[in-house]
Design a protein around this ligand. Structure first.
Ligand SMILES: Cc1cc2nc3c(=O)[nH]c(=O)nc-3n(C[C@H](O)[C@H](O)[C@H](O)COP(=O)(O)OP(=O)(O)OC[C@H]3O[C@@H](n4cnc5c(N)ncnc54)[C@H](O)[C@@H]3O)c2cc1C
Length: 110
């Protein structure tokens, strides 16, 4: 049962930046927002840990409120990062990679 719940939530978090909160449970790092590799995953996993610690420290007597507050910040942030990761992966390894990378290099002024 728990596996089914977690799987649904991961899919939702990647596409919509939201999921239905499940009492007493949250996810961080790759479990919450696995994306194509672009050098951000470990950074976001560490960031999530710190972002979850803050509301827990501020709501020591109400862990549920802390989990909800964490997810309200983490989900839209991870959705934005996920979209960027997919775009970066497509630009680097997609069908038009040579042209897309060239366009990026020119637009960035490198
Ligand atoms: C080849 C490669 C290169 C990468 N390069 C970068 C990079 O340059 N920069 C960057 O920021 N990110 C990079 N990443 C991504 C980064 O490694 C991950 O995003 C990051 O490790 C996620 O951390 P995590 O703690 O969420 O998950 P994980 O690091 O996967 O940790 C999960 C842990 O849980 C354990 N576990 C699993 N199931 C159970 C269980 N049932 N009971 C107990 N323990 C369990 C696992 O053994 C593992 O130790 C790279 C990934 C890969 C594969």
């Amino acid at each position: 049962m728990r596996q089914t719940v977690a799987r649904k939530r991961i899919d939702q978090s990647l596409t919509k930046g939201e999921w239905e909160h499940v009492k007493g449970i949250t996810l961080i790092g790759d479990a919450a927002h696995l994306t194509p590799p672009d050098g951000d995953g470990a950074n976001w996993a560490l960031y999530d840990g710190a972002a979850l610690a803050k509301p827990i420290a501020a709501n020591r007597n109400d862990i549920e409120a802390a989990l909800v507050a964490f997810e309200a910040e983490m989900l839209p942030r991870s959705a934005r990062s996920s979209i960027e990761s997919h775009q970066s992966f497509e630009r680097t390894f997609g069908y038009n990679a040579p042209d897309d990378l060239r366009a990026m290099i020119i637009s960035e002024g490198w």
